[in-house]
Design a protein around this ligand. Structure first.
Ligand SMILES: [Zn+2]
Length: 1009
């Protein structure tokens, strides 16, 4: 007889049914969400409350992965996860909960791993030595380090984090957990001890405070059976004292009594743009209707270029910001937040009064556009269906987590939480006055916190100076002897942590057969294809009343929606126009349209798109690359298929560039640049792209943010002086791009239910001279510069004062054909090196040399890229990676069979995960067949090739590709660093023979390098 009793089953409006179970013996809760999909997800949640900034919840999250009572080995969980056909594990710490996650292909591996994972959560080893390396230590040089410490060093002083912490300190009182920094502040982490974390674990990591949320297809009786050993071990560990449920008594707190304003400085040399954050008290999280009211109102106010706040603050000349955004926190009592990004610093102080002038005007003039409000509500309904198709696991998990933290144990609140449709129906009946009342009550009349986030060069300088002198003093205070001792302690801790996992343990964990994994079924058909035989092709061929001389691929999947995409080859755009790419793509969906000689205003275009589509965008490439193609996507309900085709036609050919719109959009891009330039990893990528890809041939290279400042400033000036020169050039850009022979159309959805899937396109392309042959697809490897074609001898070092650590990127030559037999062993080798608890993980992250590092074999460009992410000294991490690869290459270090099996199974997982939803499966079908020109079975074939990889294959690719990554003659390097570390990094790379050139971001232009 099972310990688990069913508490409730709750069907939802987004197509998922929840079943809640609770153990009568141990209090452990299980929430099953039944979802038809190839993947099974686990979200194991604990309510974690903390009243200080020592970061116990976050540090504990890290330590759980270092081993458990029954499995006392660091990394065993991740190694076993791979064997369960997953790609490692993950976790996050929010202010009110900690969540451990795992996703497996199929349920067999999931159920095998479940008891081992729970043993880690409830009974982790929490050793002193684990604390030492994973949380915080002082190394032999007197510097503070440790994985968590470095992680917090990477974010604690960023502008957004400083703003949010300041907001919390004002909003929440001393005795309220929402006030704390659960990640741990650096100054507190330096004082933390493992005992404090052990105490925290004892208080909160208990079966009656743990909920196992499982989404996907899992048999309930098998699940309960898999939990039997968990129940036994909990019972064996003896009864626990009664526990007060976290948050229920502390999560409510007094409302703000008056308005408060404060300025928060953050480090940046560029002082031109800041952030405004406004916060108010919100409703209780179980007040679902009010929450929905606010969500709908927020969307109405900000969701499109014609929404009130975007129209008046973003989409104008002299815009006051580049984006406006509302957010509601998911706490017992919520907090409402409004953020305006990239606010010009000279306007920042007056921003709030302008905002409230607008909001009060809405009330005074009763200015709510009820037609648009109806569209917003209608669209929220469609989004419920859409999220069930594209994001069912996470949607279900978010509801379940909130319910576990704050809902009634018997499931009453859960039933109310999932009535989204019912609430939206009620909101559809609201009057103008009802909406204005919501606006007044929560945003206008309620007291608020207003924070001005301002960049400061002086603050950057001061911060850097203080940190340097603190470390110097620490070093001096400790003295040479003590430092040596600390280094010995550290080495000792590392050795103790790295006890290898017994081979028998790994090999005893059965790998489920890959044959049991199901891909989502996609049926493909083509326009004008007389050879293919299937039901969908037949349906297309039956629709034959007109000539349609277009390339169209139809991918049939079960869906309520149709996705229409035009993938357009950009290779015929002349070099002198390529810098317009960013402006063209960002403006194209918000321009007036010339409809049979009648001009439709841009506001009406945006409104119309809002009514007919659930999403639309213009971008380069897909999530699988192919960024030399401009891609226009529209997603609509199936009934609006023909409207979508008409929109796509209008967008491509009938939009009118106007000086007014172009100036506004150009200013938005310009204003976002300072913010973008604060991100070390992104700027490393941008610099590498500037080095390797030719902006005179490549749209993807030309839209580089680093090239856009000068170009757009000049464009804005020309729009004032001689607008037609810009407009003419953009029209020229369009006429080159949107030529029918460049266009490949992709239609995804329930094709069999479309009456005229083919002839709906009869008037799509403008009548032209004789149809030309379809233009070939330009691949990334065809637009490389010399430095990208033959990597080596290029090293670039960039100083970035906004970051407190460093990043580096490295490129070498790799295979460049999609059917290259090296691809399968490369994927397995990459998995072995950079997987969680893999080789790099243990020897780089585990040594505190970087937060993470990862490899990517980019077949399209023929380059293999290696990234060192957030490191105290990127060179040291690189040097370590070099040693590791060399030792593997000359057999000083061996790879064992168990690891190879685990890596293969993780790669198989990643192939399945790429196709885990219907629209992803359909996109994959198009990418494989049309862009890569491979058979539809490409991924299934790869799966077989992965399983067949041998140890010899792995050695071959290691020697052929990876060894070159560390040689100056065959590898390019871009490093980006905080000023303090720049000299160390330079000397390091130069010591290995790399030629390093220092540059500042502002100097990188189209002709650089
Ligand atoms: Zn972390």
């Amino acid at each position: 007889m099972s310990n688990f009793k069913q508490v409730c089953t709750v069907p939802t409006d987004f197509g998922v049914t929840f079943t809640k179970l609770k153990s009568e013996k141990t209090g452990l809760t299980v929430m099953l969400a039944d979802i038809e999909a190839p993947l099974v997800n686990g979200y194991f949640v604990l309510a974690t409350e903390s009243f200080d900034d020592f970061g116990c919840p976050h540090t504990l999250e890290h330590l759980v992965f270092l081993g458990s009572n029954q499995y006392p080995y660091k990394g065993v969980l991740d190694s076993l996860a791979n064997r369960a056909i997953a790609q490692g594990t993950n976790a996050w710490t929010d202010v009110d909960h900690t969540c451990y996650t795992i996703t497996t292909a199929g349920s067999e591996g999931f159920l095998n791993l479940l008891p081992i994972y729970v043993d880690h959560i409830l009974y982790p080893t929490l050793t002193e030595t684990g604390y030492h390396t994973e949380v915080h230590h002082i190394n032999g040089k007197g510097e503070d380090a440790g994985v968590v410490y470095s992680e917090m060093q990477g974010c604690q002083n960023l502008g957004d984090d400083r703003l949010h912490l300041c907001m919390k300190r004002i909003m929440y009182p001393e005795n309220c957990g929402y006030r704390s920094e659960t990640g741990g502040l650096m100054e507190k982490l330096r004082e933390l001890s493992v005992d404090k974390i052990r105490d925290y674990h004892k208080s909160y990591y208990r079966p009656d405070n743990l909920c196992l949320i499982i989404t996907g297809k899992v048999d309930q009786s098998e699940l309960v059976k898999a939990l039997e050993p968990v129940e036994e071990s909990i019972i064996k560990n003896g009864p626990l004292p009664a526990m007060q449920r976290p948050w229920i008594s502390t999560g409510d707190f007094p409302n703000l009594e008056k308005n408060i304003e404060e300025t928060v400085l953050f480090a940046d040399e560029d002082e031109s743009m800041g952030t405004v954050l406004i916060a108010w008290n919100g409703p209780k999280c179980t007040d679902f209707l009010t929450q929905k009211e606010l969500e709908v109102l927020n969307t109405y106010l900000t969701d499109s270029p014609v929404s009130v706040l975007q129209r008046e603050f973003v989409e104008t000349e002299d815009a006051l910001c580049t984006d406006v955004d509302f957010h509601i926190t998911d706490h017992l009592k919520s907090t409402l937040m409004f953020t305006a990004s990239s606010v010009p610093i000279q306007e920042i102080e007056q921003f709030p009064s302008e905002l409230f002038k607008t909001l009060t005007r809405l009330v005074a003039d009763k200015e709510i556009d009820m037609t648009r409000m109806a569209t917003v509500i209608e669209k929220e309904m469609l989004k419920l269906l859409d999220s069930a198709e594209t994001d069912a696991h996470d949607t279900a998990a978010a509801v379940a987590i909130s319910d576990f933290l704050y809902g009634s144990p018997d499931g009453t609140d859960l039933k109310e939480a999932v009535k989204d449709r019912e609430y939206l129906v009620m909101l559809a009946k609201y009057t103008v006055d009802d909406w204005l009342q919501v606006l007044s009550k929560w945003y206008i009349d309620a007291p608020r916190v207003t924070l001005f986030g301002k960049p400061s060069a002086e603050f950057a300088e001061q911060q850097s100076h203080e940190e340097t002198s603190r470390v110097e003093k620490q070093r001096a205070d400790l003295g040479e002897e003590k430092l040596k001792e600390l280094q010995r302690e550290l080495d000792d801790a590392k050795a103790k942590n790295d006890v290898p996992v017994p081979k028998e343990l790994l090999e005893g964990f059965k790998i489920p057969s890959a044959a049991s994994i199901k891909f989502i079924n996609v049926t493909t058909a083509r326009n004008n294809d007389k050879e293919t035989v299937n039901q969908v092709q037949q349906h297309i061929n039956d629709d034959s009343s007109a000539d349609v001389p277009l390339f169209i691929q139809f991918d049939h999947v079960k869906s309520h929606f149709i996705k229409l995409s035009a993938h357009i080859s950009a290779s015929s755009i002349p070099a002198h126009l390529l810098l317009y790419t960013r402006l063209f793509l960002k403006s194209i969906f918000s321009l007036p349209i010339d409809k049979d000689g009648k001009l439709i205003a841009y506001e009406d275009v945006v409104k119309g798109l809002g009514e007919d589509t659930i999403e639309y965008e213009a971008t380069l490439g897909t999530s699988f690359g192919f960024r030399e193609l401009a891609v226009f996507n529209l997603k609509v309900s199936s009934s609006k298929f023909e409207a979508a085709i008409q929109w796509l036609r209008d967008i491509l050919w009938n939009t009118k560039f106007t000086a007014e719109r172009l100036k506004i959009v150009a200013a938005q891009i310009l204003n976002d640049i300072p913010q973008a330039k604060r991100d070390g990893h992104d700027m490393g990528n941008a610099t590498m792209r500037a080095l390797q890809v030719d902006p005179k041939q490549s749209v993807n290279a030309a839209r580089n943010i680093l090239f856009q400042s000068t170009f757009l400033q000049d464009t804005v000036k020309r729009l004032d002086d001689d607008p037609s020169s810009v407009i003419d050039e953009l029209n020229e850009f369009r006429s080159h791009l949107c030529s029918p022979e460049n266009i490949r159309i992709h239609v995804t959805g329930d094709i069999l239910n479309l009456k005229t899937p083919r002839t709906a396109f009869r008037d799509f392309a403008p009548a032209k001279e004789a149809t030309k042959a379809l233009a070939p697809i330009t691949l990334a490897k065809q637009v490389l510069k010399a430095a990208g074609l033959e990597p080596g001898k290029h090293g670039i070092l960039v100083t970035l004062p906004t970051i407190e650590n460093s990043f580096s990127l490295h490129s070498v030559k790799g295979p460049d054909r999609f059917d290259d037999p090296d691809i399968a062993p490369l994927l397995v080798m990459i998995e072995l090196l950079d997987t969680m608890e893999g080789i790099f993980w243990k020897l780089i992250r585990g040594q505190g040399l970087a937060y993470s590092c990862f490899l990517d074999a980019n077949i399209e460009s023929g380059l293999i890229n290696f990234t060192i992410y957030r490191s105290p000294d990127a060179f040291k991490a690189f040097e370590q990676a070099k040693i590791v690869v060399e030792r593997l290459a000359n057999h000083e270090m061996e790879i064992d069979n168990a690891s190879v099996d685990g890596a293969k199974s993780a790669v198989i997982y990643s192939l399945v995960a790429r196709e885990n939803t219907m629209d992803r499966a359909a996109l994959q079908s198009f990418v494989n067949q049309v862009l890569k020109k491979m058979p539809a079975s490409y991924n299934q074939d790869m799966l077989i090739a992965i399983q067949a990889v041998t140890m010899d294959d792995l050695r071959r690719v290691l020697n052929k590709y990876f060894v070159d990554m560390f040689k100056p003659d065959t590898s390019n390097v871009v490093a980006i660093s905080t000023p303090n570390k720049i000299e160390d990094i330079r000397k390091g790379f130069e010591g290995l023979g790399f030629v390093i050139k220092s540059v500042v971001l502002n100097d990188i232009n189209v002709d650089a390098f």
